[in-house]
Ligand binder design. Structure first.
Ligand code: HDE
Length: 709
């Protein structure tokens, strides 16, 4: 070993390391609420923390009160700037296990056979502030830190495989257009406003990403049920020095599923933390979310194209039917953060965090990101030493020559932080390939002149949106039409709507016509012939397969005065099927000796993936008939209107509905007839079995008729 860097240090890649190589256990204990006595930040025990020091019982507070000043000053500075984008997020620790299948294309150690790497993954929305709702229509961030023994690798991706813009210099523009208007700061976390549609209809490269946003992908059911994409093309290098272009994909074990738009809006009101709660609950209950990491392997050629698709253009995908996604490992999220601020808020990702064997390409969006992510942390995390925060510390040994600055935590020894030197033994040495050095791959740069232009292939803005549209099933297309109709319906400027309709005309005439009808406008003719050069890609549809149901929430509705011992068996059977039973009754307390989880006052249909009704609870005094009327539901005789509403909403949202015993009469009175996705039996067991089967497809898709999107 030629490098002092590796001497005497663990390279197992499992322990976080400070810049001086100290493991966190060597640090002063930072966890709170421990030990016997409350102390000041200096460790002095406190006699009182509830009363400020005053001149007499009714007198003024004394400046001398150093405990008061420490407590208030610290509080005054508790907040840091939220992220400029992706401010709202939730995260979890996990582990990545490599299958070794990528070893022929990369020398990255964490992708070799059997390698196990600790990870931290943060999911986010893009547009909203830190306190905004989870289920808004938006792109979701999917960023993973792999703490590899060769240096940290950050895969900072999204749940949509293409981006709004092709050149990073436009990023401030698209974000200014999408964020709330600068005068009133509304709307929050929405793309349904004039400036957003103004931008995307003028910068037509954004049409592909926008179409994905308007599809069901823009309103995921759960972070656990989203795909993730690295978007850009990356370059890999293997042990023989050969290069390959790759695209990264995350494939969720639970499949890709979405909310309906009505559900998403209702959830925003009744549980703005829906996705955050879902992730934490699933992990806490042991239903660990999993994804397979896959790569599309695309030969490296001088033009960096694949089947005519420009691989440097981040508004393009390579359909899986043309280049299969090959699984290279599995990510399992196993542990919730202990402290939101320390971990989820302070984690700092950077697409330039790359291990040996993975490098960037000249994608002009990626190139700008390489600057932005370092830079933004200087303001957000208050200086250049954010990599020393525990969550950001590499697990690989660090031996850098970065020194001082705000937030410096390391007590660096030695006198010569420069190299070579003759005073600290000339160290550290630089590493070669044999010592796993990161190498900037020697890629030929085509001879050219400086300019502010893009390749002409970047001018194709419509072949891929059209392919995406043609790949959706009719029900997915109807949801997309409804989404455009909603969003453009919120635009006040008719010039903006009209311009966006001209874009839709180039994607598909039916799409354009249906949205124009909804807006009461005329559908324009396409300005150019429709671009059918790409065949539909069935892999882009979310429908048609069956998936595991782990962590799905089943609302079990009973009459607490009439529940029998079979209830315990039913709840156990739901849990045995890896789902979460939620016992719902008109009032709190117990039913058949079991604790009631939710009452009719707190529960709403959107919390459940399916419901099972097992009794006819007598309406309680606090039942609110007006809720029933608001939803336009027919009044149901003899059943609690809140229960009727719950059943009717489940019906509208194409959820499986089960009923046993007296529950059969209840769903009939709520207006639900025998039809696909309605399961009835005398006993709850067979109902649950069929419901579980139905949940594999996520929804009872037949129930969405052409009229009801
Ligand atoms: Fe980001 N992006 N981005 N972005 N991005 C940030 O970095 C930026 C882009 C993505 O959970 C910021 O640390 C520019 C594409 C995620 O902490 C900021 C450009 C993709 C996250 C930033 C892009 C992303 C961010 C804000 C155009 C998908 C959240 C705070 C060149 C591949 C990471 C921060 C987390 C965050 C800049 C484009 C994904 C301001 C300039 C494309 C998932 O640096």
């Amino acid at each position: 070993m030629t490098d002092q860097q590796h001497q005497g240090r663990s390279t197992d890649g499992l322990e976080p390391r400070t810049p001086t190589g100290a493991a966190p256990s060597d640090e002063p204990e930072s966890a709170a609420q421990q030990g016997q006595f409350l102390t000041t930040s200096q460790g002095a025990r406190l006699r009182d923390t509830d009363h400020s020091l005053k001149a007499g019982r009714r007198g003024p507070v004394l400046l001398q009160d150093h405990h008061l000043r420490e407590k208030i000053t610290h509080f005054d500075h508790e907040r840091i700037p939220e992220r400029a984008v992706h401010a709202r997020g939730a995260a979890a620790h996990g582990v990545f296990e490599s299958y070794g299948t990528a070893s022929s294309v990369t020398r990255a150690a964490f992708l070799q056979h059997g390698a196990v790497t600790p990870t931290f993954t943060r999911f986010s929305t893009v547009l909203g502030s830190r306190g905004s709702a989870d289920t808004v229509r938006d792109t979701r961030g999917f960023a993973t830190k792999f703490y590899t023994g060769e240096g940290t690798f950050d895969l900072v991706g999204n749940n949509i495989p293409v981006f709004f813009i092709q050149d990073g210099i436009k990023f401030p523009d698209v974000i200014h257009a999408a964020k709330p208007h600068p005068d009133r700061e509304i709307p929050q976390a929405q793309s349904a406003h004039d400036t957003f549609w103004d931008f995307v209809s003028l910068h037509t490269e954004a049409q592909h990403h926008t179409l994905w946003n308007m599809s069901d992908r823009g309103i995921p059911r759960s972070f656990r049920m989203m795909e993730g994409f690295g978007i850009h093309t990356f370059r890999m290098e293997n042990a023989q020095g050969e290069h390959t272009l790759v695209k990264f994909h995350w494939k969720p074990a639970l499949g890709v599923h979405s909310l309906t738009w009505e559900e998403a809006q209702m959830v925003s009101g009744m549980d703005p933390d829906f996705h955050r709660r879902d992730l934490a609950d699933a992990i806490e209950s042991g239903a660990f979310p999993q994804w397979e990491l896959g790569i599309q392997v695309l030969g490296d050629n001088e033009n960096q194209t694949f089947e005519g698709i420009d691989l440097l253009d981040p508004t393009k995908i390579v359909p899986e039917e043309l280049a299969a996604v090959q699984a290279v490992g599995r990510l399992t999220l196993t542990r919730n953060p202990e402290n939101y601020f320390a971990e989820t808020e302070q984690v700092a990702f950077h697409p330039g965090n790359l291990p040996p064997g993975i490098d960037v390409t000249d994608d002009p969006l990626l190139q700008v990101r390489l600057f932005s992510y370092q830079d933004t942390q200087l303001t957000r995390l208050g200086g250049p030493n954010w990599n020393q925060l525990p969550i950001n510390r590499p697990h690989a040994p660090v031996n850098d020559m970065l020194r001082d600055g705000y937030g410096e935590q390391a007590d660096h020894s030695g006198t010569a932080p420069y190299r070579p030197n003759s005073l600290d033994g000339g160290c550290p040495f630089t590493a070669g390939d044999a010592e796993h050095a990161f190498t900037d791959l020697p890629v030929r740069v085509p001879e050219s002149v400086k300019n502010r232009e893009l390749a002409s292939s970047f001018e194709d803005h419509y072949s891929q949106p059209r392919m995406f549209w043609r790949s959706l099933t009719p029900v997915e297309q109807r949801h997309t039409i409804a989404a455009y109709s909603f969003e453009l319906g919120k635009c006040r400027e008719s010039a903006v709507r009209r311009r966006q309709l001209t874009c839709l005309a180039r994607i598909d005439p039916t799409l354009c016509q249906r949205v124009a009808d909804a807006l009461g406008m005329e559908a324009p003719e396409p300005a150019e012939p429709l671009d059918d050069r790409l065949d539909p890609s069935p892999a882009l549809s979310q429908l048609g397969r069956s998936w595991p149901v782990d962590g799905r929430r089943i609302g079990v509705i009973v009459d607490p005065d009439d529940a029998d011992d079979g209830l315990a068996d039913l709840l156990e059977a739901v849990a045995d099927a890896s789902m979460t039973p939620v016992l719902v009754a008109p009032r709190g307390g117990t039913a058949a000796g079991l604790p009631v989880d939710e009452t009719f006052a707190t529960a709403r249909s959107v919390e459940f993936d399916a419901i099972m009704v097992g009794g006819n609870p007598v309406p309680t005094e606090d039942a609110t008939p007006s809720l029933d009327q608001k939803a336009g539901a027919p009044a149901a005789a003899g059943i609690d209107p809140r229960l009727a509403l719950m059943i009717q909403e489940c019906w509208r949202h194409a959820k499986a509905i089960g009923a046993w015993g007296r529950g059969r009469q209840v769903i009939a009175e709520a207006g639900v007839q025998a039809s696909p996705g309605v399961v009835e039996d005398d006993r709850p067991g067979p109902v649950l079995d069929e419901l579980t089967e139905l949940l594999g497809a996520h929804r009872v898709w037949q129930r969405f008729t052409p009229e009801r999107a």
